[in-house]
Ligand binder design. Structure first.
Ligand SMILES: Cc1cc2nc3c(=O)[nH]c(=O)nc-3n(C[C@H](O)[C@H](O)[C@H](O)COP(=O)(O)O)c2cc1C
Length: 183
């Protein structure tokens, strides 16, 4: 039931290393593409990294010039990226950055709807996900490695994988506290 999937899906941050089949990932993305999007612009494309890709990402990060990463020693970088081997696949969600503010906002919103669809669809298949926005997504070297063009933005790193334990939910505020009635 949709309501149950929405309520029970959790962001998975501790994966167990079991590989995720790329055909499952593709199937999830294919269904997620039914997200609403204005003008049917379908403002998204993806770079998918499986096991080999994850290793390449770690190597690329060593070259990145985001100051926070630049300051990391080899050892620190190793520690920070050790977990990269554990999610089964990384999906980078790339959106166009329209020069017009309204279209840009619509496109980012549509891609966000896409991402939530993907998280719910994956959950339904027993695959955990986490939507991540590390600073290095914007690092020029990293963008270059993924062949992200000027006028595009990496909106999210969506990690896919299996977990042994589902984390406890962070409770939500009762919705009545978020609603004011007009009229
Ligand atoms: C736009 C966005 C960016 C996020 N970025 C990160 C991130 O960089 N690192 C992380 O651990 N979680 C990230 N998350 C996941 C949230 O931490 C997570 O959704 C939140 O803790 C609620 O947990 P739940 O999804 O299990 O309900 C992000 C979520 C969203 C929607």
């Amino acid at each position: 039931m949709l309501k149950t999937i929405i309520r029970e899906r959790r962001s998975i941050k501790k994966f167990n290393g079991k590989p995720v089949s790329l055909s499952d990932v593709t199937a999830v993305l294919d269904d997620a593409a039914w997200a609403p999007n204005h003008g049917n612009r379908e403002p998204w494309r993806f770079v998918v990294a499986g096991e080999k890709g994850l290793e390449a990402i770690r190597e690329t990060l060593k070259e990145c010039t985001i100051p926070k990463w630049e300051m990391l020693s080899e050892e620190e970088l190793e520690k920070k990226t050790a977990g990269f081997k554990l999610p089964g696949a990384f999906v980078f969600v790339i959106v166009p950055e329209d020069a017009r503010q309204k279209e840009r906002l619509e496109d980012f919103s549509a891609a966000s709807a896409f991402i939530q669809n993907a998280q719910l669809l994956a959950w339904e298949k027993g695959i955990g996900t986490c939507w991540k926005t590390p600073a290095w997504l914007d690092a020029p070297k990293f963008r270059q490695a993924l062949n992200v063009k000027p006028g595009e933005r990496i909106l999210a790193l969506l990690q896919f994988g299996y977990c042994d334990e589902v984390p406890k939910a962070k409770e939500r505020t009762p919705i009545e506290e978020k609603i004011t009635y007009f009229g």
